[in-house]
Every structure is written in C-alpha cells, then in structure tokens.
Design a protein. Sequence first.
Length: 182
Amino acid sequence: MLTVPNAVSFVRLLAIPWFWWLLVAEGRVVAAAWLAVAVGATDWVDGYLARRLDQVSAVGKVLDPVADRLMIGSVVVGGLVAGVVPAVIGVALVARELAVGIGALVLGARGGGALEVRSLGKAATFLVYGAVPAFYFDAAGYLPWLFGPLGWLGGVVGIVLYYWVAVEYLEDMRRVLREATN
C-alpha cells in the first residue's frame, strides 16, 4: 500500500482542495487551470512508476482512477460554476463520469473488483485534461486564438472517446458480474 506510485496518486488527490481554493476563494482562474494542467501531466507518472518499479498494487489500481475522476470532475464542475466551461462539454463529461462511477460502485459492491484501465481511456483522459483547462485560459483571455480552438477540438474528441470507452467499460462490468454469478 505504501508505494511510490501510490504516493504520487495521493499527492494528486491533495491538489484537488488547492484547485478549489484557487478557483473559488481566490478567483484565480488561470492559476487553477495551470494546477489542473500540472496534475494532468502527472497522470501517467504513477502508472509508469508502478510498472517500472514493479509496485503495481490493488490500492493503486483504485487510487489512480479515483484521483483522475475527482480532479477531472472538480475542473469540469468548477468550470461550469465559474462559467468558463461550455455547458454542452461540461454536462456531457459529468453525465459520463456519473454513469461510469455508478457502474464501478455496483461492480465493487458485488465483489467484481477494479477493471483494467484501457489505453483509449487514457487517451480520452489526456484530451479532457488538456481541453478543460484550455477553456479556462480562453475565458480568462489568455491566448484565446489558441486555447479556444484547442478546448473545442480536445473537448469534442475527448468526449467521443470517453463515451466509446464508457460503453466498453460497461460491457466489461457486465462480463465480470456474469462470471461472478457463474
């Protein structure tokens, strides 16, 4: 449980309250966006370290996606509240997260364990981690000619991939639950 990759995931979790403080208490949209970018940039670090150091753990398989989901959820919901993330993007992301989250809870409650992370899911997460902060930068007037189009491109492609992978995860959940009942 006490591994280097799990420590990285835990630090990513600690960044979430800091993000909310920057966005809500301080009103520092750009600083909150940079923090989200930094956390997103470290998303691959814990998985890489787990494999490289041979420290893959059951805790890490849960902690990493939880850190991802909570940070993405915070950035999206915070962006919706602050009016910097377009509603069509934000609502689509929140709906997907809720569907997959509920599925994961059902799977866990029925003893199905954690699902293996898919490469396409990692790609979608990468796009969303880039797109949503881009909307923050755009709304703050920070290189809008760059960040506006990047936000829309990454957001739309990320959502399509996210939903594609969500369907695959839901199929995986059904398969695991079917196998558990046999």
